[in-house]
Write a protein that binds this ligand. Structure first.
Ligand code: CMX
Length: 133
């Protein structure tokens, strides 16, 4: 597994885009809304891995809940895998809590799934596999 991106939960994507552009010395390269996940995201290239900013798309979104409970900050680590279904089966057998039965469509052309932070030392883990065109 390779670290693909670090997700950061933010309250205001527009303001955070400006802040991270100033920090990194370059603007985000894409903004994408993932309606099914109730999030609006933006991505920054930082070599490898990338930075993903995530703003809640609605009040009941996982990002809104996270910020309410814990404030803005690092939300998840995403690892790129070659075969997401195989990895999900492997990790489930090892006792990790996989949050979705099937991979789902995430931002930035990926199929994704999440592991519950309670089974991974308090860190939300995303597995992602690039969708081949
Ligand atoms: N990192 C670490 N801990 C987290 C967390 C996170 N990102 N999100 C929630 N938690 C913790 C909470 O603090 C809480 O801990 P305590 O019980 O000790 O207080 C516990 O997990 C349960 O949290 P909750 O607020 O009750 O939330 P839920 O159980 O309803 O949901 C989770 C938690 C992780 C299952 C849910 O947020 C989820 O499914 N996340 C994955 C989906 C997601 O984040 N989508 C957005 C990204 C989309 C993309 O990248 O494309």
């Amino acid at each position: 597994m390779k670290l693909e991106h670090i997700g950061i939960a933010v309250k205001d994507l527009e303001k955070s885009n400006e802040l991270f552009a100033a920090l990194l010395g370059k603007p985000h390269y894409k903004i994408e809304e993932v309606v099914s996940e109730k999030v609006k995201t933006s991505f920054f290239k930082t070599g490898k891995p990338k930075i993903e900013l995530l703003e809640a798309g609605s009040e009941d979104s996982a990002i809104a809940k996270f910020i309410e409970k814990r404030g803005e900050g690092i939300h998840h680590l995403a690892f790129e895998v070659k075969d997401i279904k195989k990895e999900m089966k492997r990790l489930e057998k090892l006792g990790f809590r996989i949050l979705n039965k099937e991979p789902k469509k995430g931002a930035d052309n990926k199929m994704i799934c999440f592991l519950h932070p309670k089974s991974t030392n308090g860190v939300l883990i995303e597995l992602c596999q690039t969708i081949k065109e």
